[in-house]
Design a protein around this ligand. Structure first.
Ligand code: BGC
Length: 966
């Protein structure tokens, strides 16, 4: 038994569970997460400290103590004050009361705001972290990784788990190296729309647009192109795709980074994108795990509160909705998962052992490494024990503060046995194994040995500039090589082709009164109206794209990128009609004065553009702090559309660019509005892609990846953003459970304006001949969990502390994160209690056993076949969608408790292309997991064996003409 193991037994029964509990490690005598520079702490840092170590800012009176106040004396100064300034006694009393109330509120409010987080989280403990290397598919990578990690010194292992600090090297995240074994610094860079903070790279359509294609092929192609660009820029870890937020809140600031408001659509988008990125040898990151559904209060201090909010999610909802796309990401072999900023069930996601150790690493069999979102790590030892493997960007509780929660503190924690060495070895092995798994050991080494990347700087646009921008070093070198990666590898088609296809197929036609597609063969005068149709001041004029001006190609934040160019709709349209007898007039503004209105009368057709932006919470625009404040069109979009319709000499086509659903009620039914296109966020090829759809070069084949309701209220109470804190740790209870988006509309029989999955084509399709084939009999539970590859993390030997001491004469850069300790004297013996539940043995989940979960869950149980006929006059694409309704009256066998199900859930889909008159049989399988619910009692996926499943197939969530029971 290792020394560390004995330690656990010594502390059995200690009550240490969540973040606030984890933080107890921070104040252990030697557990070592206190900063040496304590005296330098800024007020904010001091606040962090008092928050973390639980020291009250003022001692409250002890029980039984009384405080006496001489009221008469206390009153006198006020009397004097009033007497000299205010003649009336009544006014004086009033002012006194008001002042007292203000001061009281300030003190009380302050105390309320800075009250520490709840003592115990509500998330059950799950320890220790399962060791990686348990699946066949990763066996070789783990063998190699174990050999390499076995040769690393303690500080090298620590170094590769910890970022070097924000802005210390070229990428948004950079790990330290393990030089003795040739393990490089890893470059981590955003994703997922394009490569952030660089030049000569593509700005692809955003996730929501990729989702709106409903095309497995395009999702994959987009992933391949994105991955290839990352590879050519020397990026090891791409920070995407994004599948959380899922879109619980339609106004959520970052929904546009993901693929849509349904777990299966998100999961397919994630799976295909990951496989695409990783086929280019780049590690993909499934983010943000999990429950980061709104931007307000997502992060400590960003919103003036010392703690982030808690997303309180029940076990079944977590499994069936929020974790589902992550499970598919793991099944796709994803190398990294990013834990999210906020708390889940009152324990920070990056310190939540149930989420990381229990669900991700045991149940879902995740073999890669968990990295923190940027500053989402809020504890040192606690997060390590809870399953975090990499601290990003490596700083402590604040940006570039040089006070990492890991780095040397992790070395110290391992040396004094606060963190078992097996855990550190597992972290390092997971990182190195992921590197081997992607074949990155074959990459060219970076300078000075080779020409490997990264070949760009996130923090400079100059060729030669600072190598460690946030430090005190003035060392300069070549930081940007301006490598053009938009063409992919030699001989490949340029990525703009993929970008254009995705943008075109991700455009959803929701209304078409015979207007579209347009013909190039008729003479006409067409007006293009609205600021959103034009270039504005250029696509990159606002930092992180955090403003709404010109045409909208992307949301804002870390998920946006520098546009290499942006083909605005007016330019794209003009290019498309170049040789035709079509005259184009442009009015690229939202205020239509009388002069313009008069001119619009002279046009045969008007195409009017409006939009709505949102983004990540660290920036704001026009009162929008990440999350939108409503679902309305911005910049007077509704009025613009109405005015155009009223003034135009002919019919009007409306084009919307938006981060998610917008309310279209004011104008959608106007007789002049003959067509509506929801073009989502199309990226750099916006105008070209739109012209492709308008002229029918491409069929209108996008489908809505969310429900478009008639009002924000229609989405239900759970869908509303919490804009004002409702406690010291804002609490958001996901009480609507499984009922988000169309599931809520269905359950409450609310008529949406356009339903989830809806979209028109230029041709017509008929679905027929639904046939169900049973492949396996119904049975309640999956096969027992398989015996995985046995895995051990390490020998458990803690090295001599002297091996971790900073080498003599080493010149440290200020605030740069290093793994070395200053002196062996810092390593003191002591009792370092482990979290509550650390010694409670965990039974491996019966739902686990392979990447993504028990392999039996992914066995097809039934297959349905349906014939699709193109009955229209041209070729086109149809998305065949399969929705499942669970049997009625399902009860949990052991408790008799009724199990509630949404009226229907999307479970599979396929996009097919058919020529005019063409016909094809489409087959859609359903797996055991598809047919199961998550039983909180059995802690497993359970298939109801009694009653009938209803399987409905059609073109949208509300157009399901075919039905079969099972
Ligand atoms: C975002 C992540 C992003 C990271 C690095 C964070 O603020 O939430 O999605 O990958 O920054 O830029």
């Amino acid at each position: 038994m290792s020394a560390a193991r004995q330690e656990y037994q010594a502390v059995q029964g200690q009550d240490l569970l969540n973040e606030s509990e984890d933080s107890k490690h921070l104040r252990e005598p030697i557990g070592g997460f206190s900063s040496e520079d304590e005296d330098d702490a800024s007020p904010t840092e001091a606040l962090h400290k008092s928050q973390l170590d639980g020291t009250p800012r003022r001692s409250p009176p002890r029980k039984g103590e009384h405080t006496t106040i001489d009221v008469s004396k206390a009153r006198r100064p006020w009397r004097r004050f009033c007497a000299c300034l205010i003649p009336s006694k009544r006014v004086c009393i009033l002012i006194t009361i008001v002042l007292a109330a203000v001061i009281g509120a300030a003190i009380g409010g302050g105390a309320w705001v800075y009250k520490s987080a709840p003592k115990d989280g509500l998330s059950p403990p799950w320890y220790p972290t399962p060791v990686g290397g348990t699946v066949e598919n990763w066996k070789r990578s783990y063998e190699l990784a174990r050999q390499m990690v076995g040769k690393m010194s303690l500080v090298e292992k620590v170094n590769i788990t910890t970022g070097t600090g924000w802005s210390m090297n070229m990428c948004v995240g950079n790990t330290g190296t393990a030089d003795s074994v040739g393990f490089p610094s890893l470059c981590l860079q955003d994703g997922p729309l394009g490569i952030r903070f660089t030049d000569h790279a593509s700005s692809f359509p955003a996730g929501v647009t990729v989702g709106a294609t409903w095309s497995h092929e395009l999702m994959r192609a987009h992933g391949v192109a994105h991955g290839r660009e990352a590879r050519l820029k020397g990026i090891h870890v791409l920070l995407g795709p994004c599948m959380g937020p899922i879109g619980r809140n339609p106004a959520g600031g970052r929904n546009w980074e993901g693929f849509g408001s349904d777990p299966v659509l998100q999961a397919v988008g994630a799976y295909e994108t990951i496989q695409g990125i990783q086929s280019e040898n780049v590690m993909a990151t499934a983010k943000h795990y999990v429950g980061n559904e709104q931007e307000h209060f997502r992060q400590s201090f960003e919103w003036g509160l010392p703690n982030a909010m808690s997303s309180n999610i029940d076990d079944r909802t977590l499994h069936e909705l929020y974790a589902w796309p992550f499970a598919e990401s793991v099944r796709a072999g994803v190398a990294s998962v990013m834990c999210s900023y906020q708390m889940v069930n009152n324990s920070y996601a990056c310190g939540n052992s149930k989420l990381m150790n229990g669900i991700l690493k045991d149940e879902l069999g995740f073999q890669g490494f968990v990295q923190s979102d940027w500053l989402a790590q809020r504890s040192g030892v606690g997060s390590a024990l809870a399953g975090l493997d990499m601290s990003m960007p490596g700083d402590g509780l604040g940006w570039a503060d040089g006070k990492s929660l890991w780095g040397k503190q992790l070395s110290l924690a391992v040396l004094n046995r606060s963190v078992p060495i097996e855990r550190l070895d597992d972290m390092a092995t997971r990182i190195v194994a992921s590197w081997y798994q992607m074949g990155q050991d074959k990459w060219e080494k970076p300078a000075p040995e080779g020409k490997g990347g990264p070949n760009f700087s996130s923090f400079s646009t100059k060729e030669i500039d600072l190598l460690h921008p946030a430090s005190n070093s003035d060392e300069k070198g070549v930081v940007n090589r301006f490598v053009d990666v938009q063409g992919g590898n030699p001989g490949d088609p340029p990525h703009k082709i993929v970008a254009r296809k995705v943008a075109a197929e991700g455009t959803v036609l929701v209304k078409n009164d015979g207007m579209l597609p347009l013909s190039r063969n008729r003479s006409a005068t067409i007006a293009i109206v609205g600021e959103d149709a034009g270039p504005g001041e250029g696509p990159n004029v606002c930092e992180d794209r955090a403003c709404n001006q010109g045409t909208l190609g992307s949301g804002w934040g870390s998920g946006a990128s520098e546009f290499p160019y942006l083909v605005d709709p007016a330019s794209g349209f003009k290019a498309a009609v170049k040789n035709a007898s079509i005259k184009v007039n442009t009015y690229l503004q939202n205020d239509l004065d009388q002069d313009i209105r008069a001119k619009l009368k002279l046009n045969d057709l008007c195409i009017v553009f409006a939009n709505a932006i949102a983004g990540e919470g660290f920036r704001s625009w026009n009162g929008i702090r990440g999350d939108r404040n409503d679902l309305n069109l911005q910049k007077g979009g509704d009025d613009l559309i109405i005015a155009t319709t009223e003034s135009c000499g002919g019919p009007t086509i409306v084009v919307i660019h938006a981060v998610g659903p917008v309310i279209v009620e004011k104008w959608a039914d106007l007789p002049g509005v003959k067509a509506i296109l929801l073009a989502n966020l199309p990226g750099q090829e916006s105008g070209n892609a739109l012209a492709d759809v308008l002229f029918g070069n491409v069929d209108a084949s996008g489908r809505l990846p969310y429900t478009l309701g008639k009002s924000l209220g229609d989405y239900g109470p759970g869908a509303q953003i919490l804009y004002y804190p409702n406690g010291a740790v804002p609490q958001v209870d996901f009480n609507e459970s499984l009922y988000i988006d169309y599931r809520h509309f269905d359950k409450n029989e609310i008529e949406p304006r356009y339903e989830f999955g809806f979209g028109l084509s230029y041709t017509t399709f008929e679905l027929s001949d639904l046939v169900l084939k049973k492949l396996k009999p119904k049975s309640a539970l999956p096969a027992p969990r398989l015996n995985e590859v046995p895995a051990t993390a390490s020998s458990g030997d803690v090295p001599d502390p002297s091996t971790a001491v900073l080498p003599a004469g080493f010149r440290r850069l200020k605030k740069y994160i290093y793994p070395w300790i200053e002196s062996t004297k810092l390593v003191k013996k002591g009792r370092y209690p482990y979290p509550r539940g650390y010694d409670e043995p965990q039974t491996p989940s019966p739902a686990g056993g392979a990447e993504g979960g028990n392999p039996d869950l992914f066995e097809p149980v039934i297959e349905v076949a349906v014939r699709v006929n193109n009955t229209g006059k041209r070729s086109g694409k149809e998305v065949v969608q399969l929705y499942l309704s669970f049997p009625d009256n399902v009860v949990e066998p052991s408790t008799g408790e009724p199990i509630d199900f949404p009226p229907k859930v999307l479970r599979n889909f396929k996009k097919v292309e058919l020529k005019r008159g063409g016909s094809q049989v489409v087959k859609l399988g359903l797996t055991r997991k598809d047919l199961s619910y998550w039983s909180t009692v059995q802690q497993n996926w359970v298939m109801p064996v009694e009653g009938e499943f209803k399987i409905r197939v059609g073109r949208s969530s509300r157009d399901l003409p075919l039905e079969v029971v099972f």
